[in-house]
Design a protein around this ligand. Sequence first.
Ligand code: F6P
Length: 565
Amino acid sequence: MTDSPIDPTTSEAWQALSDLAEGFTPDLRAWFAEDAGRTERYTFQAADLTVDLSKNLLTQEVLPHLLEIARTVDVPGRYRAMISGEHINVTEDRAVLHTALRRPKDGADLEPAAPLTVDGQDVDADVHEVLDKIAGFATSVRDGSWTGVTGKRIETVVNIGIGGSDLGPVMVYEALKPYVQQGLSVRFVSNIDPSDIYEKTADLDPETTLFIVASKTFGTLETLTNARLARQWLWEGLSKAGAIEDADDSRRDAVSKHFVAVSTALDKVEAFGIDPENAFGFWDWVGGRYSVDSAVGTSIAIAIGPDGFADFLAGFHAIDEHMRTAPLESNVPVLMGLLNVWYSNFLGAQSHAVLPYAQYLHRFPAYLQQLTMESNGKSVRWDGSPVVTDTGEVFWGEPGTNGQHAFYQLIHQGTRLIPADFITVANPAHPLQDGDTDVHSLFLANFFAQTKALAFGKTAEEVRAEGTDEAVVPARTFSGNRPTTSILAPALTPSVVGQLIALYEHITFVEGTVWGIDSFDQWGVELGKKLALEVTPAVQGDADALAAQDQSTKSLIAKYLELRG
Ligand code: F6P
């Protein structure tokens, strides 16, 4: 897979799509009116997810060319290469094996067959050894056999991590709140802004608090700073309560009962003072943004229990299998990835909205921002040559119905094309009634109404027929033809959450493959990290360091120092 990427833009299919895109005049009203089978033809099942693509700007002319592009760049072959452990992360010379994190133990007909050996490592054995260790630890916290240093059971777990070591766990924890064991809760500290850790620990009792320091590299400034602040908070709190003495061994004992770590760098974990026995490992072939199903999910395993965590992983695996086995024509991640290519490379879309109609999924768009944008925000291909197309749409969103009262105006009537994914579940965790009314059905009426309004709009004639003053007819007209995908699951179970994550992982993979980019590196975040270290002395008042800054930065830092006093 170190070969040069295939340039799809020189293919006949790409040319045909460019021709179709020129003067493309979508007409969803007509397309549905003329074709009674449209919904059935464009509705697909992937594990528990029912995915209706029929309200997309998709025709029987467009789709074959999109599928041809997937064949041209060999999406299935590259997926097979990925799950077999080829080093498709070329710029870091690494395998990309997040799919191995959810391969079932002893699966008889796994593909690639078990044991999966990559670069001399028995991946299956190592994954399940760590999973078993996590399950044992999670159980001991849940049943109270793991206690703090004073013998009290743990009530609050605080996960300290950032990026992939935070966004996945916090999103899934929020999504699966109804599954969290009573008497246990998890908080998440990520930002180096000290307000974050201050607020998250202010009302906690150190005797009943467990910190998980999650960092793939165990070198991330934010996480290590917060981990040191947490350790200081723990020592001060325990010492104030008379629970420990200000002696090294007493402090070490406290850390051993109140700190565990998740990392690929177990030597650095030890150097920080955390017993490697209390560490859960993973491997460099798991990217940070693909790591929620590794030991990075330890906080989730504690919150929902090992069985729930196993269901969560099974959900991922079900979609992995769909991705591997479904023909391109009915392969949901492939179709959704190709649609994104259609919108961004041919129809000019620059962003993509993800709109969960499930309040528990309120962090899903934020999670997807890292997954999609850190993966596909690239300007060079995996061989270092410049990209030949635009890449990486801006993913964004908020849960419905909140978004309806905020930014939907622009989606409905603005000048930009914004494809949107609507995600919901049939069965709510809390089927509350408002008098005789089932509130979830009121909620879902909005889900259905919005996708309908976006697709079919409202013509000027329809507006006039309501007796509207002619002067405001244009303002009240809706063009329609605004594309949406509807994803419906039975309920927000651990498995369904795993399925949704895997779906978007593979959509991201499909787009990255079409664009010929390495979706698994993230060199673009390095420069800012390096400059932050270089700028720090200036911000701390070092005159020479300040003088060395560029004009604007120097002036801003000087103003900051003046304001800080
Ligand atoms: O800065 C980006 C990044 O490298 C992400 O890719 C990663 O998820 C995050 O930082 C945190 O890294 P780590 O888990 O090594 O602390």
